[in-house]
Design a protein around this ligand. Structure first.
Ligand SMILES: [Zn+2]
Length: 296
């Protein structure tokens, strides 16, 4: 593809420079999204810009799983797709044959799922700073970024099989945006950057922007896949969707001086038992002022 692009760039650029009297016909007549170039009476600079647009327009078709992702390719956001779990296609085949386990460690330090006030969309694995981190499947790097209060240094890869993976809290990133990777390529070094209380890899698997529990696919105990041919289904892969819906509706009360569980329960029309269950506390728990208590 690289050679082909270089050849096209050269051809079109030279045509623009030396050929002012001929118009160049559209190259792909059956595709509206590819621009039509007329190179007579425009200068070489504009030819070059047009050529670059032409090359970019080819590029979107070379991105992994481009049809599935509606040709969207951006480094701006982790989930730019705005597709709800309920709207995901059901029973999508994912070819996982090129899988490589992403690191040395298989020590899970935190699981996918509910945390006190938010959802943990990945799985945390203990690392030593500087441990090699590898691409789980082949694909192309979509995001390399840094979030001081969140992921720290992190990488997002779109894979050829339609999945996307996230690798966060890295000490060093060894790939660039738009770089093509093969499963098992070293992409980064493990670390403790961003919102992290000890060296670990935060690892996510997403499909059309929606994270699912990586243990659905990977057996971290053995570092192998559960299935090489995986089918994504809303019922099984996204069995946590009810939890997410409940979390989206969650409401909190900030504890003030003089508050107690009965008082809070009365105020919101719930029972003390419900408050205890929602907040994983007992009736004897001392309510620190400023603590958030979930009542719905
Ligand atoms: Zn995490």
């Amino acid at each position: 593809m690289g050679d082909f692009k270089f050849f096209l760039t050269g051809c079109l650029f030279l045509c623009g420079l030396f050929n002012y009297s001929y118009a160049i016909s559209p190259v792909f007549e059956d595709n509206d999204s590819i621009s039509f170039f007329e190179l007579d009476d425009i200068d070489a600079h504009r030819d070059f810009v047009a050529t670059k647009q032409f090359i970019d327009s080819i590029d979107i078709y070379s991105n992994p799983a481009c049809e599935l992702y509606n040709y969207s390719w951006t480094s701006e956001r982790l989930n730019p797709y705005r597709i709800k779990i309920d709207s995901l296609p059901d029973s999508v085949f994912i070819d996982c044959t090129d899988f490589v386990y992403p690191l040395q460690s298989n020590r899970i330090t935190s699981n996918f799922g509910m945390r006190r006030y938010r959802y943990h969309y990945g799985i945390d694995l203990g690392v030593k700073v500087g441990d090699t981190i590898r691409a789980t499947f082949g694909g192309k790097v979509r995001i390399v970024d840094y979030e001081r209060k969140g992921y720290g240094h992190y990488v997002v890869i779109r894979h050829n099989n339609g999945l996307e993976t996230v690798y966060a809290h890295l000490s060093e990133v060894l790939v660039d945006i738009n770089q093509t990777v093969t499963a098992g390529d070293i992409i980064a070094l493990g670390g403790n950057t961003g919102h992290s209380t000890g060296p670990h890899l935060h690892y996510e698997i997403r499909f059309l922007g929606n994270a699912f529990n990586p243990t659905k696919l990977i057996d971290f105990g053995t570092k192998h896949l559960r299935k090489k041919e995986y089918y994504i289904t809303r019922k099984d892969t996204y069995s946590h969707s009810q939890e997410l819906k409940a979390l989206a509706q969650a409401r909190y009360h900030k504890v003030k001086p003089g508050d107690n569980l009965s008082k809070i329960a009365r105020r919101y029309g719930v029972t003390v038992k419900q408050l205890c269950r929602l907040n994983k506390i007992s009736t004897n728990t001392i309510l620190r002022v400023g603590r958030k208590i979930r009542y719905r």
